[in-house]
Design a protein around this ligand. Structure first.
Ligand code: UDP
Ligand code: MG
Length: 313
């Protein structure tokens, strides 16, 4: 085992005022045997996070923080931390104590055994609603069917990355990012640590279902071309389907002259067909619009985050 390699602990925090002191104390306990730095990323909080960060950093020189100019989201907070971390390994952990701090030595052990990526996989999650559970289940199912990279189900942002992986991650230029997907895409030698997530210690989850749905949807768009092709598949299916149905109607109406055929007027047939096809065209347009929106935000090439303040270089 190589002695005393620096380990950066990266903690994204959005309105976690009450939790920061708690997690800081817990981390300090667990990290006694290691050479470490803690980097808190204040993702534009509007509570007393700033004061608490300043306070802790004035007492402890291993305590670093940076503050965004506004809320950019957890993915950006993690990106910023990975850009600035100096460690030979970077471990990301939620500020709300849902990720068990006691498992950190386990992550480090696997890293020392030679794994480049050690991912925390959640077995259960206390205090999670059905919608969120089902949504997350469906997300991984669908992503792994249509996505171009496989994503480990229930993998979390409780994760350790070797410096090699961090340097590779810094090369990504896309803005609509989901660190999990990108890190899975990178490959490297990986291992898993299983844990039971605790209930959030204070406050409530900032990621509500709508926000999570949007994240899931965006990452589908940026990791899969299937929705784009879907319009084409649907078109073929519906053309064949409606063609067949129309043909069957014609036979009933003019050849067999049965009850079903007589009851179905020509304009009714046309109306149904037209509505159906208009719907189809709209769906296709919608999908194309999504891709164009995605291209637009990438081309605009805005920074992923903007730093307002930081206490280290
Ligand atoms: N977080 C963040 N920016 C945000 C939302 C959340 O940095 O816009 C942080 C938050 O402070 C916490 C972690 O990301 O440390 C996980 O957030 P949360 O508990 O809200 O999500 P969940 O537990 O549902 O994944
Ligand atoms: Mg949480």
């Amino acid at each position: 085992m190589e002695e005393n390699r620096l380990i950066s602990i990266l903690i994204p925090a959005y309105n976690e005022g009450e939790n920061i002191v708690l997690i800081y104390e817990r981390l300090k306990q667990v990290l006694i045997p290691y050479n470490y730095e803690m980097i808190f990323v204040d993702d534009g909080s509007n509570d007393d996070t700033e004061r608490i960060l300043e306070d802790l950093s004035s007492k402890d020189n291993r305590f670093k923080y940076l503050q965004f100019s506004r809320n950019f989201g957890k993915e950006s907070a993690i990106s910023a931390g990975l850009d600035l971390a100096n460690g030979c390994a970077v471990l990301t952990i939620d500020a709300d104590l849902q990720h068990p701090v006691e498992l950190i030595p386990e992550f480090i052990k696997r890293w020392e055994l030679g794994f480049d990526v050690v991912v925390g996989v959640r077995m259960t999650n206390k205090g999670e609603g059905f919608v969120k559970k089902f949504g997350s289940f469906m997300f991984y199912k669908i992503m792994n069917i249509i996505g171009e990279t496989k994503i480990t189900p229930r993998a979390t942002d409780f994760r350790l990355l070797d410096r090699k992986v961090v340097l590779a991650f810094r090369q990504f230029t896309e803005h609509d990012r989901m660190a999990r997907g990108l890190i899975d895409w990178l490959g490297f030698k990986r291992d898993y640590v299983y844990f039971n997530a605790n209930a959030r210690s204070n406050g409530k989850a900032a990621y509500n279902n709508i926000k999570l749905f949007r994240l899931a949807f965006n990452s589908m768009i940026s990791h899969s071309l299937f929705p784009l092709k879907l319009a084409g598949y649907l078109g073929v299916l519906i053309t064949i389907g409606s063609g067949g149905f129309g043909f069957y109607l014609m036979i009933c109406k003019y050849l067999l002259r049965n009850e079903f055929g007589r009851s179905f007027s020509g304009s009714a047939q046309l109306a149904i067909l037209t509505i159906f096809l208009v719907g189809l065209v709209l769906v296709s347009l919608g999908l194309i619009a999504l891709y164009i929106a995605n291209i637009k935000s990438e081309v605009a090439n805005r920074p992923t985050y903007v730093i307002r303040k930081k206490n280290f270089k």
